[in-house]
Ligand binder design. Sequence first.
Ligand SMILES: Cc1cc2nc3c(=O)[nH]c(=O)nc-3n(C[C@H](O)[C@H](O)[C@H](O)COP(=O)(O)OP(=O)(O)OC[C@H]3O[C@@H](n4cnc5c(N)ncnc54)[C@H](O)[C@@H]3O)c2cc1C
Length: 449
Amino acid sequence: MKLTRRNFLKLTGSTATAAAMGAGAGGALLGSKPAAAASPAPAVQRMGAAELPKPKGPRAVVLGGGWAGLTLAKYLKKENPKLDVVLIEKRATFMSCPISNLWLVGGVELEFLTHSFLDAARNNNYLFFNATMIDLDREKRRVYTDQGYLDYDYLALCPGIDYNYKAIGVDDPEAEYKLRQNYPAGFMPGSEHISIRNKLEDFDGGVFLLTVPAGNYRCLPGPYERACLVASYFKKEKIPGKVVLLDANPDITIKKDGFHAAFDELYKGIIEYKPSFAIKSVDPDKRVVSSDFEDIKFDDAAIYPRVRASRLIEQLGLADPKSPQMEARIDQQFNNVIGDDRVYVVGDARPMPFSKSGNTANSEAKNIARVIAARSMGKEVKEWVSPHTVCYSVVQLEPREAISVDAYYKHNPDGSFAFDRVKLFEKRSVARGEATLEWAEGLYRDMFG
Ligand SMILES: Cc1cc2nc3c(=O)[nH]c(=O)nc-3n(C[C@H](O)[C@H](O)[C@H](O)COP(=O)(O)OP(=O)(O)OC[C@H]3O[C@@H](n4cnc5c(N)ncnc54)[C@H](O)[C@@H]3O)c2cc1C
């Protein structure tokens, strides 16, 4: 769009409307404070249309090529082939979080985790747009990216999570950045994982610290699985290391018996598990983590702070101010933003208390693809369908043994949710170790094939 006087008035007018309607009601133009007379216009106001093929039907834009977004893009097209689907993703290559704990300790090759967004789009007849979303105007139904804007008929936001270091007492941006760079959490894929793997390769002994946050964090069993695998690696490589696992919760949050059995039977003296450890401060220079009662010194670490929904949700004015994790304010049956059946939030940025896991995001995305496709054809899906949580955790490297959980949810009449039809498989076995990789391959096929 060219910055003519008319356009400028239109844009500033829509900003004023948004402000008057309150957060989440209209567009949320980032950085669009009224400009001083001589200052240049904000980038979004100068932005032109993205260079994409013209839509060949109603356009459904999906933001985020993670487990929710990849599934949505594919299944929207399957449910209504007339939809013109565009997947916006800022990364150039997909790297999987599931199975990454195994990769950290050499249990699979990197090729197992990495996949091509181009293959996913080509195989499933949608467009992959490698760009970063920066803003949204819901009145115009327009998404702004660093590569130009695009208009939508339906928009599904699947941006995942961010970290909240303030929740573990780290307020100083310098300290936060030391933690992000020196002791990354490894719960968002990419450099964090590579860095942790390099740390483990270089580790020659002492305390390797891992933490489990409070709240509904991403991948409930993930930190316990990681503790087992790091301990298994120390044992195999004869590294005189110890894993200290500080848990903000009073006990292991899922597959408790299976993990306790692994800690006690396989890793006695290697894993030290400390429940109810609420981190109140971290000193990255002295390498000390403190609760109100105790200081723990470490030699190296991967510190997992509390999670929150991706900051994008808040920046777009879509976060529920009452949500402690700043998750989206959406209809809890059909995932649309309250009062707007054109915009949806799916995956780990949702507020429902489902497990923040890949299988959950994948199954939820299939359900919401049906909801959006039906609405795009003037119909309605009547029934809420539960997402499905399936989660394998590898507890030993050689032989590869795993435990697992399989669960659904019920939506109670008072609006709350609870686990339903839960099956726990907590006796570790090689068969489950094999099933872990088969599960992942099946899901990669589902998203990319
Ligand atoms: C170590 C680890 C182990 C795990 N193990 C399992 C497991 O065994 N089983 C299981 O089911 N789950 C597991 N999970 C959890 C699973 O990875 C997540 O729950 C899942 O990835 C959530 O999907 P999502 O689509 O909501 O978010 P993500 O997969 O994080 O996808 C979000 C995407 O949005 C993109 N994005 C964000 N903002 C923008 C923007 N502004 N512009 C463009 N793109 C943007 C991001 O780059 C990202 O690709 C594990 C997670 C971790 C970290």
